[in-house]
Structure formats: structure tokens, C-alpha cells
Design a protein around this ligand. Structure first.
Ligand SMILES: Nc1nc2c(ncn2[C@@H]2O[C@H](COP(=O)(O)OP(=O)(O)OP(=O)(O)O)[C@@H](O)[C@H]2O)c(=O)[nH]1
Length: 849
């Protein structure tokens, strides 16, 4: 059976896969916690992993260093199998590679040969040769592949020269002469020897060309050839140049003469008696005030001399202008001023009767007196978009009007029509199965995906062929045990790493219930994704590895953290799947221990024990998943199977009558028909085709064009609790992001920036920065005040203004969100507070400003 629509889409069509990583690279993301020391849990996992890897590697790989093993484990998230494969590949004994002759460049050969040929003087010789000029000459030889070696040789030469000049005093002249002789030796003898076979070498002197300066000849003619005109032009230019030179000379002489006169003048002035200053008429004078000094009379207009007509041959152009415009020209360009156009056209048409002569366009006095077909189409579009329609319609409509009408019809037809259903009544009368969504949580590698894969396989949601194919693929990378998990983990990254990264949403049905699995990642780096899954769930399945070591590390890690998040987000029903019971031989003792340890913890986390069911099972073998366990060691267990426990779970009460609230869990581009689709759980209210919804925080509206249920079937409506796919129109994809809220435009949710909440602390909490999560939506916030500590059961204030809130305490705190538009929050809404990759608390919104 092929996978269903919703199934195949899971995780493959994310609108913005980078979302979880924001703007930083994967390395940065993974390395977020690496700056800190390893946690206790990490250390334990690392130690256990190292032992396992060593065992798997065997004595053959005893040389593998511990640090390499640790690196591999860290890189592969403690995945022993992958680490072993990696290390085996890395340390596999390699066959000695055949000795490859070292590629030596021609210049290196030349240099080597030079060294060999002048053993006695190599050092000094080379050093003396290293004058700057030689080095430059050598650098100039640097061509293509030889460039590097030549360049390095030049460097050596320069260095050598510097050293030489320091160590051996010699006159510059000696150095120069030696240098030049050596340089010529080097460049001529050695280079010549080694470049003898290049095409540009060994050219006889007689055939060497001499490069001379090109005479300044003027290229004339179109093709650069000479012509009489060109010769004339050249001559004229030469004359001009000569004239210019003569002028320059004269100017220079004049300047010299001027200077002499000036000097004389100065000498003269000294001798003369002081006289009244002479007004210099050459300088411009400006009146101080307009009124005092009348403006100088306007200079008489200078009569411009008429420019003489250039003498030469005059070409007389015949007057080609027609006395009358042609018929075609008259039709196109004739203007009413020249002649009554109609008459002219009429007469032309009458004299040349043409097949189209009676067409209306020709006889129209003014073709622009009516709107063009384009105008009509535009008007029609505007009308269909809401502009008032013209009530009167002319009887005999033109082609353009007809076209406009059809466009108008088309546009109206593509508009989404609402059936205006009473969705609540429809839902109550349709006899739909119970709808329940559950999130699968637990520590990394405790077997969540495998258990879900097994469930789907046993319920025949996926066919045997698909599983066999996955098995083969998994085997090829040495991960056959992950075949079932791959039914949930569908991205290449998840499969290669062996860890779930994002929520997988998979629907399946039993006789009584339509379930949706929300498989959450167990790794602590992906807790934000896990929170998004929890926000859509009615109840949770906590998967716990029955093996002692794994169980203990889970209890210190995400088994506890996930359970706390689930509880603080309002989930009360919990199924604890004590998994991998096959690895502990279905030991009742082990099962009881796990049950005891977790129960103690659940009590402290305010779970009601009557809402918790413990199921021993083995996802890999399928024991006690959908069918009872056959192992005789498991005879002690007579309780329900995992599937029965699922069936016995009641979904949360649905708020059908409240305004629509839907958190977007996925945004994707579908077919050409449905270019923009989203999916997510309806938290409250109902929706139907044709409804307009408001997206927050973008505040953009969209229209629901079509609805698809999780099993891929189309629907006219959907209600709270369902996780439908909505095909939207009238909105751009940029306005919709994962975690955004769709709500009824008539009852929008407020974007809140400052609020008070009741917070259950998981860690010590003080006034501090925190990341505030509303599902997948996130904003940075600051806990500005710790108002009081509350009694867990009664909610009464037990202490005011505490300086710190301890883990397990409930406190009333004030939070201000920073630098964002705010989060769409309502009173009673749930949030999770994280700091530095750790969940520090969870809150229930009490009030906001
Ligand atoms: N022996 C045994 N191995 C199991 C069982 N269930 C899962 N495994 C193995 O445990 C490993 C991890 O299984 P997953 O299903 O990927 O674990 P997970 O909890 O989904 O991991 P994340 O999603 O990355 O948190 C795989 O090698 C499984 O084959 C089981 O019942 N018995």
C-alpha cells in the first residue's frame, strides 16, 4: 500500500528547514552546549559508548585511540554502530600505495641541476646571483605551472643575497659584476639547457625579430588602410600641431618678456613719487546698494556676424513630400484639422473598395472615443475585485466587451465560495470517529520511532514491501535495526545520524479512533521541536528503555525533562511504554523497578497516577505492541497491549464553540492548483472552505480554498482536535511561518509583549533572560520580577518577592519580551521557558498588558 498523503509529506516539505537552526550553521547549533563542560549524562553515555565501541572493534583495532572513539561517539550522538563503522573505515589497514614518482616541475629540475653542476659555489653563487634584478628577471619567467617554483627560487635568491651582504663584505661593484655574470650564467646556460624543447626556445638569432617603436602613422579609411582623404587629414593634423607648437613658443617668449617688464615696472615704481591710486577698469566693480548706484546701461546687443555658408558642392534634394497623404497614412495619421477626416477616408475608401472597407473601425470617427479592449478587461477585473459593477449594459456588445465579460466570469469562478455550513452541527451529525493525537516522547534512542514503526507495520498502515525496502537500505549502512524507525525518520539526515530531528506526523485508524502520531525527537538539542509536538497532543506516550544503564541516563536526561514539559503544557494522560523488554528477558523485577522509579518522579511532577498506564513491550520484536507477548518469561503480565492502552485514552475536551485557533506545524508548496498549503492542529473552533483566516504575527489574511484531512481525503470543514491540511489563497508564503497562529479575524489573539504567568520551575530561576516558547514560536524574554511563591495545590501565596525560585516550586513571575512583535498569547495559554539549551520552567499565562 502506498504511503498516504499526509504520511509521505511528513518532514519532507518544510517551508523553511533552516528554521530550527535560525541563522547559524549546524556546527554552531550542535556546538551550542559544547562550550560548557560535558554533563554527567554525557559523561555516562560517553563511558558506556567507549566500552561498547571497543568491544565492537575487537582486538584488530586495539590501536584506535580513546580520544578518537570519543570524537566519533560525540559526532554520531553516541551511536555505537555508526562510530564503529567510521572508526573501522578510518583505521582499516591500508595496502601500501605504489610509489608515485614525485612530480617535479621543470624549473625545480633546472634549479637542482644548477645545484649539482656548481657544487662548490652553490651557496655563494646562488646568493650572489640573488640580486633584485635577477630575482625580478626570474620572476618574469614564472609561467603557469613553473611559477611557484620560480617565485620560491626568487625568494631564496633575495634572502641569500641579504645574508651574504651581511656575512661577506664585498664592494657593491664586485657584487654587481658577479651578480650579473652569474645571472646571465644562470638564466642563459641553465635555463637554456632546461628549456631547450619549448616552442619559443632555440630560435636562431637570424630569425629573431627586433621590436621597434611603431611610427606614428595615421590610420585612415574604414578598414584602416590609407587613402587620399586620410593623407589630407594627417597633413592637416601635422599643420595644426606645428601651429600649436609655434604658439607655445611665442607664449613662452612672451611670458619671459612679461616677467622682465614686471621687474622693470617694480624698479620703476620705487623711483616714482607716490600718486593717487589709479582705478583699474579691468576689474569688475559691484554697486554697494542697488538704490545708490544705478545699474550700468545695458550693453548694446552685439550683432552676430552671419556665418558664411560653407562653400562647396551643394546637393539639392528633390522634394519627396507628397501633396496629399496616402490613404493608409491618412487613415493612421490624418488629423481633423487638416481636412474632415471622415470625408477623406470615405473618399479614399470609395475610390478603392476593399473587402474590409465596411468594417466599423474604419468608419469610426474617433477610435479612442470608447475604451480599448484592454481597458475593458481591466475594468472587469476591478469590478470582480469588489468595485461597484455598472448596472446598465449596452445591447450590442463589442468583441472587447465580450472578452471582458468572459474574464470577469473567470475571475469570479476562481474566487472561493463558502457553503456557509454550521460546522458544529455537521460534526455532531456526521458520526465521525473519535479523534486523538498523541506525542511520543522520551530519551534519545529509547526506541520511540521503532515502536511507532512497528505499530504502523502491524496495523498494515505500511505494506511489507516498503518495510523490506527500508530494511535493505538500512542493512547497506549497517543499521538494519533502524528499518522500522525509518518509517518515521524520513529525512536523509535523520537516517544517517540515526536520530529523530523533527516531529513526524503520521495518521492511522483503529476501529474506534482516528489517531495521529506526533513522533518527537529525543535528543536534547531538538527540544523546541518536541515542544511543538506536545502543543498539538491530547496525551503522551513516554518510551523508557528497560535496561538499567539506559534507563538511569534517561531519568537524568530527557525522560524527566520531556515528562515535565508535557505536564506543564497541560497533558495529564500518560502511557509509559517500558520498551526493549526483550533485552532484559521480560524480567518482571526490572519492569517493577522502572515503574517504581518513574512513579516517584511523576508524583513530584503533579501527575495524577490514575491517568498513567505502564505497558511492558518490545518495539523491535513487536511483543505486546498490537499482539500479546508470546515469550514465556512474560507470563506474569496480563495487562493491555500498547494498542489497547492507546484506545483507552480519551482525547482532551474540544472547544468547538470558541473562535478559531490553529497553530501552523508545516508550511509547504503543493501542486499548481494548491500553491500554498499549511497543516497544524485546530486548538479551538472550526473552519470551512471559503473562511477568511488571520495569520499572526504577520497580521495577514488568507482564504481557505480547500481542506484535506490527515488521511488525504478532501473535506468541507474541520473541527478542533483535527490536524487538517489547508490550501490557502490570497496570501504570500512569506507571511506564514512554522509556529504561527491562524485565528478568526473577528476574534484575533493579541500579540503580547509583557505578561504575568504562574511558573513551575524545573531549575533555579532568578530575574534573568529566557527563551519563551509558544509551541514552535519563540521570543527572547526577560524575567523582570519574581512576585511570589505559590502553594502547588491551593495556589495561595506562601512567600512574597523571593530572590530565587527553586526547582519544583511554583512562582508568579513577570516577563517582558524583547525586540519582537510579541507572541500571540491568551489568558490560560501555556508557554515553556528555556535558557542556554535547558528547560528552566513552564508557565500558564495569568494576565498581560
Ligand atoms: N533490542 C531492542 N532494540 C530496540 C527496541 N526498540 C528500539 N530498539 C533499538 O534502539 C535503537 C534506537 O531506536 P530508535 O527507535 O531510533 O530510538 P528513538 O527513541 O526513536 O531515537 P530518537 O528518535 O533519535 O530519540 C535502534 O537501534 C533500535 O533498533 C527493542 O524493543 N528491542
Amino acid at each position: 500500500m502506498p504511503p498516504k498523503a499526509g504520511f509521505s509529506r511528513a518532514k519532507t516539505v518544510g517551508y523553511d528547514d533552516d528554521d530550527i537552526y535560525d541563522d547559524y550553521s549546524e556546527e554552531e547549533y550542535v556546538g551550542e552546549g559544547e562550550g560548557e563542560a560535558m554533563s554527567e549524562e554525557d559523561k555516562e553515555q560517553m563511558a558506556a559508548g567507549v566500552i561498547k565501541v571497543r568491544e565492537a572493534l575487537g582486538s584488530e583495532y586495539s590501536k584506535v585511540k580513546e580520544v578518537d572513539i570519543q570524537d566519533a561517539l560525540w559526532n554520531y550522538y553516541y551511536d555505537v554502530g555508526k562510530s564503529v563503522t567510521f572508526l573501522k573505515n578510518k583505521y582499516a589497514p591500508k595496502a601500501p600505495a605504489p610509489a608515485k614518482p614525485k612530480a617535479v616541475s621543470r624549473f625545480d629540475q633546472a634549479a637542482g641541476a644548477a645545484d649539482a653542476k656548481t657544487p662548490t659555489s652553490t651557496g655563494k653563487h646562488m646568493l650572489i646571483c640573488g640580486t633584485e634584478s635577477t630575482a625580478r628577471a626570474m620572476s618574469n619567467l614564472a609561467i603557469d605551472g613553473e611559477g611557484e617554483s620560480i617565485a620560491s627560487l626568487c625568494e631564496t635568491l633575495r634572502d641569500g643575497l641579504a645574508a651574504m651582504s651581511r656575512e661577506t663584505p664585498f664592494t657593491e661593484r664586485t657584487a654587481r659584476s658577479q651578480a650579473s655574470s652569474c645571472a646571465s650564467d644562470y638564466t642563459s646556460a641553465r635555463t637554456k639547457d632546461f628549456f631547450w624543447d619549448v616552442p619559443w626556445g632555440n630560435v636562431p638569432c637570424s630569425r629573431l625579430a627586433t621590436i621597434t617603436a611603431q611610427p606614428a602613422t595615421h590610420k585612415g579609411g574604414l578598414l584602416g588602410g590609407s587613402s587620399k582623404l586620410a593623407a589630407l587629414a594627417a597633413k592637416r593634423k601635422q599643420k595644426q600641431q606645428e601651429e600649436a607648437a609655434a604658439k607655445a613658443d611665442a607664449a613662452a617668449n612672451g611670458l619671459a618678456a612679461d616677467k622682465a617688464v614686471a621687474l622693470l615696472d617694480r624698479l620703476n615704481i620705487r623711483d616714482k613719487p607716490a600718486s593717487a591710486p589709479v582705478r583699474d577698469d579691468t576689474k569688475p566693480r559691484y554697486p554697494k546698494k542697488r538704490s545708490e548706484t544705478p545699474p550700468p546701461p545695458e550693453p548694446a546687443p552685439v550683432e552676430e556676424e552671419p556665418i558664411p555658408e560653407p562653400q562647396g558642392i551643394r546637393i539639392e534634394f528633390p522634394n519627396l513630400r507628397a501633396k496629399q497623404p496616402s490613404m493608409f497614412g491618412a487613415i493612421l495619421c490624418g488629423s481633423p484639422q487638416d481636412e474632415p477626416r471622415n470625408q477623406h477616408v470615405e473618399s479614399a475608401l470609395n475610390s478603392f473598395p476593399l473587402p474590409y472597407a465596411n468594417a466599423k473601425a474604419f468608419t469610426d470617427a474617433d477610435p479612442f472615443s470608447k475604451p480599448s479592449p484592454d481597458d475593458l478587461v481591466r475594468q472587469a477585473q476591478a469590478r470582480s475585485a469588489g468595485a461597484p459593477k455598472s448596472k446598465t449594459k449596452t445591447k450590442g456588445s463589442t468583441d472587447g466587451e465580450k472578452l471582458a465579460e468572459s474574464v470577469e466570469k473567470l475571475v469570479v469562478e476562481t474566487k472561493v465560495k463558502s457553503k456557509n455550513l454550521n460546522v458544529v452541527d455537521e460534526y455532531r451529525n456526521c458520526g465521525l470517529k473519535k479523534v486523538a493525537n498523541f506525542v511520543v516522547i522520551g530519551h534519545v534512542d529509547h526506541g520511540k520511532s521503532t515502536l511507532m514503526g512497528r505499530l504502523l507495520y502491524d496495523l498494515k498502515v505500511v505494506d511489507e514491501r516498503s518495510v523490506d525496502k527500508l530494511r535493505q537500505e538500512a542493512e547497506t549502512i549497517g543499521k538494519s535495526s533502524f528499518a522500522l524507525a525509518w518509517l518515521m525518520d524520513q529525512t536523509p539526515e535523520e537516517r544517517s545520524r540515526g536520530v529523530t530531528v523533527d516531529i513526524a506526523t503520521v495518521p492511522f485508524e483503529t476501529e474506534q479512533t482516528s489517531f495521529t502520531i506526533l513522533d518527537a525527537p529525543g535528543h536534547r538539542d531538538f527540544i523546541p521541536n518536541m515542544i511543538a509536538g506536545v502543543s498539538q497532543a491530547d496525551f503522551a506516550v513516554l518510551v523508557v528503555d528497560a535496561q538499567e544503564n539506559s534507563f538511569q541516563s534517561g531519568l537524568k536526561g530527557q525522560t524527566k525533562e520531556h515528562a515535565l514539559i508535557v505536564r506543564s503544557m497541560g497533558i495529564q494522560r500518560l502511557i509509559v511504554a517500558v520498551n526493549k523488554m526483550d533485552t532484559v528477558s521480560w524480567s518482571k523485577e526490572r519492569f517493577d523497578k522502572v515503574r517504581q522509579a518513574t512513579t516517584a518522579f511523576f508524583e513530584t511532577a503533579s501527575f495524577s497516577l490514575k491517568n498513567i498506564t505502564f505497558i511492558p513491550c518490545a518495539g523491535l520484536t513487536g511483543d505486546n505492541v498490537t499482539k500479546r507477548v508470546a515469550d514465556e518469561n512474560a507470563e506474569w503480565y496480563s495487562g493491555p497491549t500498547f494498542l489497547e492502552a492507546l484506545e483507552a485514552s480519551e482525547p482532551k475536551p474540544r472547544a468547538l464553540e470558541r473562535p478559531l485557533r490553529l497553530t501552523i506545524n508545516d508550511v509547504f508548496r503543493g501542486s499548481g492548483q494548491n500553491p500554498l498549503s499549511i497543516s497544524g492542529q485546530i486548538e479551538a473552533g472550526t473552519l470551512q472552505i471559503g473562511d477568511v483566516v488571520l495569520a499572526l504575527p504577520s497580521r495577514e489574511t488568507a482564504t481557505i480554498k480547500a481542506i484535506e484531512l490527515p488521511d488525504g481525503s478532501p473535506a468541507d470543514w474541520a473541527v478542533a482536535g483535527q490536524i487538517p491540511t489547508l490550501h490557502l489563497v490570497d496570501i504570500d508564503v512569506v507571511h506564514l511561518r512554522l509556529g504561527d497562529l491562524l485565528c478568526a479575524p473577528t476574534a484575533p489573539v493579541r500579540l503580547v509583549k509583557s505578561f504575568t504567568c504562574k511558573m513551575l520551575a524545573f531549575e533555579h530561576v532568578m530575574p534573568q533572560f529566557v527563551d519563551v516558547f509558544r509551541g514552535k514560536q519563540q521570543a527572547t524574554g526577560l524575567i523582570t520580577a519574581l512576585a511570589s511563591i505559590l502553594d502547588k495545590n491551593t495556589g495561595e501565596v506562601t512567600r512574597r518577592k523571593p530572590r530565587i525560585v527553586r526547582p519544583g516550586e511554583v512562582a508568579r513571575v513577570r516577563i517582558e519580551l524583547e525586540g519582537s512583535a510579541g507572541l500571540p498569547l491568551e489568558v490560560g495559554g501555556r508557554i515553556v521557558l528555556r535558557d542556554g539549551g535547558r528547560t528552566v520552567g513552564a508557565g500558564l499565562l495569568e494576565s498581560y498588558t
